[in-house]
Write a protein that binds this ligand. Structure first.
Ligand code: AGP
Length: 607
């Protein structure tokens, strides 16, 4: 994940900016830079690789100034080279950015047509040029910032320096977080409180749509419509020196809300957003493998089940999948020409590792989809596919799950291209859908919480809950059930909707709510029939669907949660959000230990 810092100070800021960036190193990055204003002049230093390289550059060419911004970059658009490192400059304006600007290509064309000269492959540079053009048209800084933000579509956190205003930093948030630190005659800006902990623990968090003007005396915050708003100023907990909960009650809640940000970094590692292609720099040649084995545990296994649908549908690649604790005892006939993918957030799960070693003994090419690149599973694999979700502290996996899905989707599409089963046009359409996820996730997370909290109070009174789904919503139904039972301790089961009549329907009564995950896809009508079977027996239905599904379903449900209409390939990641929040809020109502549920460990390193 990228990191942003800023300081409007009374003392030189260069060293403190770098120190703050070091506190964001846990987010992962591949280049870094800072910019300051000194004596009316804006200047920057940038370096590829780790922060020590930036420090060496600053030792050679120091940067003075008591105002500045800094950035650690995880490349999404453009190679991880110095030329693409932030801050990006043009016409006395410096910008640092975290996230994805989805409409950057059309903005770049428009700006190029009006004479802008671009020097990088990044989406961020369009922000600097948009501001420069507005300022050339005589628009004031504040109005220019407001006008620029209304042109952007996507998920972003921004910090901006104007050379002709050495007293303020402008910032904006729409997805990736931004924290403002209150100092004594100085003000600070960072991607989270961890970066600011050395300077202050008095923090104000911007919310999506907010933008701000920060000077030494404080901060002026505006909402998406330009109205002045106040956001709470709070004392960040001591934990900020480790990993920070931000303004969330639990790590799980924070990690649910981090998904728009982290998924953009997961995608950025596998997708070239300029030509909407999957970037197949992999050590597994999917064109040559006759089939694929998949193995994992728990939530990671359920991500693999969804991945199976995609590999078989897009790459026409037969997939053999099982939970790791069963996989190697089945003595599956494996051929050395096959490949095997092991999915693991921790990269240390003993069952998964044992299955990996079983496949390795049989000569298969081994791939690891992991969140911890230096883990045992990663080290023992031929190919590592990082999910870049950042540290996941809550035992119940949330952001790792959706990042696992994002990576599996990219791999499946890339495998399809390699095997000639996905055309270039189909690939571009699928990649465009994937690129919309950060923005859509942000919209969903900002809209469904009140209804989910209401529903969780009713769910907390239940003893049993049934989740149903078809297609990729079937593994998602199992994930919803797993989330609910592992943190609220309410018994829950996930079932293929079509299987209801083959047994589970005997359970249906008014005491067991049935949560139906049903985007308006090719399975919707059949799932409606299953819901009618439930309703006819007095069952209470909670329908999670999209706008088209809500319009089409005439059923009398207990609740209907309506999400945006989305393409089929991103539906599992978008529909994961309500089931994660439902489990979270139900557990909060139940008063269980959400982050450390009883009997559970974050990584199960025993078989
Ligand atoms: C998920 O919410 C659970 N905590 C658990 O099922 C987890 O997914 C499983 O133990 C696998 O862990 P891993 O991804 O670290 O291998």
């Amino acid at each position: 994940m990228c990191g942003i810092v800023g300081i409007v100070g009374q003392q030189p800021v260069s060293e403190r900016l770098v120190y703050a960036l070091k506190r964001l190193e846990y987010r992962g990055y591949d280049s870094a830079g800072i910019a300051t204003i000194d004596g009316g002049a804006l200047d920057r230093r940038r370096a590829e690789g780790k922060l020590v390289n930036l420090e060496a550059r600053l030792n050679e060419q120091p940067l003075a100034g008591t105002i500045g911004i800094g950035h650690t970059r995880w490349a999404t658009h453009g190679a991880p080279k110095e030329r693409n490192a932030h801050p990006h400059f043009t016409a006395g304006i410096a910008v640092v950015h975290n996230g994805i600007i989805e409409n950057f290509a059309e903005l770049k064309d428009e700006l190029t047509a009006s004479g802008a000269e671009f020097h990088t492959e990044t989406d961020t540079e369009v922000v600097a040029h948009l501001l420069a053009r507005l300022r050339r048209d005589g628009i004031g800084r504040r109005e220019a910032m407001f006008a620029m933000l209304r042109r952007l579509r996507g998920a972003y956190a921004l910090a901006v320096l104007f050379e002709d205003d050495p007293l303020t930093i402008m910032a904006a948030r729409n997805g990736p977080p931004l924290a403002i630190g209150h100092g004594d005659g100085e003000m600070f800006l960072g991607s989270d409180a961890i970066a600011l902990a050395p300077f202050t623990n008095e923090i104000t968090y911007l919310i999506d749509g907010d933008w701000a003007i920060i000077d030494k005396t404080g901060v002026h915050i505006f909402d998406i419509d330009g109205n002045v708003v106040a956001r709470p100023r709070q004392v960040s907990s001591d934990v900020a020196y480790m990993v920070d909960k931000g303004n969330h009650r639990h790590f799980m809640e924070k990690e649910i809300y981090e998904q728009p940000e982290v998924i953009s970094h997961a995608l950025g590692h596998y997708i070239n957003f300029i030509d909407n292609r999957v970037v197949p720099v992999w050590d597994i040649d999917f064109a040559k493998v006759p089939n694929l084995a998949l193995s994992a545990c728990g939530t990671a296994y359920l991500a693999g089940l969804i991945g199976k649908y995609w590999f078989e549908r897009y790459a026409r690649l037969p997939v053999e999948i099982d939970v790791a604790s069963e996989f190697r005892y089945r003595e599956i006939p494996l051929s050395p020409q096959s490949a095997a993918l092991f999915i693991s957030q921790s990269g240390e799960t003993a069952d998964t590792l044992a299955s990996l070693r079983y496949c390795k003994e049989h000569g298969l090419k081994i791939g690891a989809v992991v969140n911890t690149r230096e883990s045992t599973i990663a080290r023992e694999s031929d190919a590592v596919f990082p999910i870049l979700a950042g540290p996941e502290i809550g035992v119940a996996s949330t952001k790792a799950f959706t990042c696992q899905l994002a990576v599996l989707a990219a791999l499946a599409v890339g495998a399809g291209r390699a095997r000639g089963t996905v055309s270039e046009q189909e690939e571009q359409a699928l990649v465009k859908s994937l690129a919309e996820m950060p923005r859509i996730m942000g919209q969903v997370l900002n809209s469904i919480q009140p209804k989910i909290e209401l529903l969780s109070r009713e769910l907390s009174k239940c003893r049993d809950v049934l989740y149903l789904g078809r297609g990729t919503s079937f593994p998602l139904a199992m994930e919803g059930a797993l989330k609910l039972k592992e943190i609220s301790y309410i018994h829950a089961e996930g079932y293929a909707a079509g299987e209801l009549k083959h047994g589970p329907i005997a359970l249906i009564d008014e005491n067991m709510p049935v949560i139906v995950i049903a985007p308006h896809d090719r399975f919707f009508d059949k799932t409606v029939s299953n819901m009618q079977e439930v309703a006819a027996r007095g069952g209470r239905i909670i329908l999670i669907t999209d706008e088209m599904g809500a319009a089409a379903s005439k059923l009398d449900t207990m609740h209907t949660i309506v999400l945006p209409n989305v393409d089929e390939i991103i539906a599992p990641m978008i529909f994961a959000l309500p089931i994660q929040l439902l489990a979270y809020h139900t557990a909060v109502v139940m008063g269980t230990d959400v982050d450390q549920p009883r009997n559970l460990a974050k990584s199960v390193t025993v078989e």
